[in-house]
Ligand binder design. Structure first.
Ligand code: AP5
Length: 209
């Protein structure tokens, strides 16, 4: 039995395959705060038939629900800092083990550091799967600041936005080289109307198929 030959792999996740419409099914969206990751993940999840998994949303829900995780991360989110890699690894490991992520997912906001990228690889390897594409949404900084400061989320105060952008440059931008080396990086111009960005991502994924 395959399960006996490969005891480290979970039977919960199908090996890499395409969505029913022939598109890659294990995809992450990354980019600076305000680049449109959440907006695009929600749109594309519907088109691809896989769940959008936003670690930012999960953490905000934990804060709103007053769970132990929420109490731990509340001040970190408010300051625009990153939650530690070990905590995020637990959150994502548990989420990817759920049935709806079995055939694929759109990850929004994870990984954000090189150690998180290594953890994701390890989680997927245990499931006998791998990542299909890492989509980088590119948007000029002035437009990022404009979008965020006109939205009004709790962490969208201008000083916190500046800190989130700084943290992106320091901790998350190194993922560009990481995924380039693995042949998974796909750059998409995110400085366009929302539907045009979605079409560009779908074109990119079709070419990656
Ligand atoms: P998270 O929620 O991931 O925040 P973020 O990366 O700062 O991103 P945003 O949600 O602000 O922007 P987005 O790129 O998703 O753009 P969106 O579609 O919303 O994380 C929040 C916090 O949680 C982090 O700071 C950290 O503390 C913690 N965290 C999360 N994941 C973590 C991890 N892995 N490790 C450690 N800590 C973690 O759009 C933004 C705005 O622009 C919206 O108003 C939208 O309507 C608008 N917009 C979108 N697209 C367009 C467009 N094409 N044209 C015009 N406007 C647009």
């Amino acid at each position: 039995m395959a399960g006996e030959a490969e005891p480290a792999k979970s039977p919960d996740m199908a090996p890499n395959d395409m969505t029913p419409n022939g598109m890659p099914s294990r995809v992450l969206l990354f980019g600076a705060p305000g680049s449109g990751k959440g907006t695009q993940a929600a749109l594309l999840a519907e088109r691809l038939g896989v769940p959008a998994i936003s670690t930012g949303e999960m953490l905000r829900a934990a804060v709103a629900g007053g769970s132990a995780l929420g109490r731990k991360v509340d001040a970190i989110l408010a300051a625009g800092s990153l939650v530690d890699d070990a905590t995020m690894g637990e959150v994502v490991r548990e989420r990817l083990a759920r049935a709806d992520a079995r055939r694929g997912f759109l990850l929004d906001g994870y990984p954000r550091t090189i150690p998180q990228a290594a953890t994701l690889e390890e989680i997927l390897r245990r499931h006998g799967a791998g990542l299909d594409a890492a989509i980088l949404l590119e948007v000029p900084e002035a437009e990022l600041v404009r979008r965020l400061t006109s939205r009004g989320r709790e962490d969208d105060r201008e000083d916190v936005v500046r800190e989130r952008l700084r943290v992106f440059d320091e901790k998350t931008a190194p993922l560009i080289g990481y995924y380039q080396q693995r042949g998974l990086l796909r750059r998409v111009d995110g400085d366009r109307a929302v539907p045009d960005v979605a079409d560009a991502i779908l074109d990119t994924l079709r070419r990656a198929a």
